[in-house]
Structure formats: C-alpha cells, structure tokens
Design a protein around this ligand. Structure first.
Ligand code: PNS
Length: 163
C-alpha cells in the first residue's frame, strides 16, 4: 500500500491543484492533502477555510483525506506514514525551487521520495496568487476555480471592502 502526500498552501485550491489531486489519487492507494498552516504569511483564507474547501470538493474521493499541518513536510510525512511527496510542475520556472525542495527533503529524510506530476497544459499558467489578483479587479475566474471557491473568493473580497 502506497500512501502519498500532496502538500501546499491551497490559498485557495485551484483547478490546477484539483487536476493533480485527481491524477495522484489514481496512482497511489491513499493520498493525503496537507494544507500548510502558514504562520508567516497572511493568507486570504485561514487554515479551516482552506481545509474546508478541499473537503467539500473532494468528498467523493474515497482514498483522499485532507489534513492541516505545521512544521516540516517530511515530519508530517513520517507522522502519516507516507513515503511519497507529490508535487506539480507547471513550467521550467518552477523547476529550480522544486528541485531545491526535493533535494533538501531527500537529505533530511532519505526514506521519503518526491514524485513530480507535470501540470495539465490547460493549467500550466495557473496559480492561486493569479486567481486572487484577477478576482481583486473583479475579473472572471470561473475557468480557474470551482464555482464554490469562486463564490467564497468574491464573498471574502466583498466582506473586506465592506469593512
Ligand atoms: O503551495 P506551495 O506554497 O507551493 O507549498 C509549499 C510547501 C507547503 C510544500 C512547502 O512550503 C513546505 O513543504 N513547507 C513546510 C516546511 C518545510 O518542510 N520546509 C522545507 C522544505 S525544503
């Protein structure tokens, strides 16, 4: 049985993330989505919201679980008894950072492997930051995120404006 972890900030989850999750869930017996508790960043959505969106969108995936984590990703992997870290690679620009992370993780935890899935070409430009920026200018983000997440983003922006 192979258990893998797909970790990220997911602030918020995009269709690009969902595509990687769908594909990884077919490759591995169990997939844990690790949602980083970003202590130093100020995310648009708090940890409970980010975890909640993923749980709603992934409710039909019986081999996928969503959990928040803090600290080192490899420690989370050890605690969850997972031997594989899944990362999505969008473009060459991701490569340097991803390689550095994968190699560092390998040095500090030699029993954990990083596996890269190339992002679907359709989503190769997509990031949570770009989605938030477009939404902040009232642009159309319907192609980039699930309708549920789209509504949550605009609700959050409207609440902020109303303050
Ligand atoms: O969605 P992101 O921001 O690209 O995800 C990055 C993430 C969460 C995978 C990375 O920041 C991470 O692993 N953070 C946990 C702390 C850690 O293990 N750092 C050392 C990595 S070499």
């Amino acid at each position: 049985m192979t258990r893998a972890i797909y970790a990220g900030s997911f602030d918020p989850v995009t269709n690009g993330h969902l595509d990687i999750i769908d594909r990884a869930s077919r490759i591995f017996d169990e997939l844990i989505i690790g949602v980083l508790i970003n202590k130093n960043k100020s995310p648009m959505f708090d940890t409970d919201e980010r975890v909640g969106f993923l749980r709603v969108l992934l409710k039909d995936y019986h081999n996928v679980k969503v959990k928040a984590f803090d600290g080192l990703l490899v420690d989370f992997a050890h605690n969850e008894d997972a031997k594989v870290l899944v990362r999505g690679l969008r473009a060459v620009t991701d490569f340097e950072y991803e390689l550095q992370m994968a190699q560092t993780n390998k040095v500090i935890a030699s029993d954990v492997e990083t596996v890269f899935l190339t992002t679907n070409l359709k989503y190769s430009y997509l990031s949570s930051s770009i989605v938030k920026e477009i939404a902040s200018f009232n642009g159309d983000i319907s192609q980039f995120v699930d309708p549920y997440v789209e509504k949550e983003i605009f609700d959050k922006l409207n609440t902020r404006k109303g303050r």
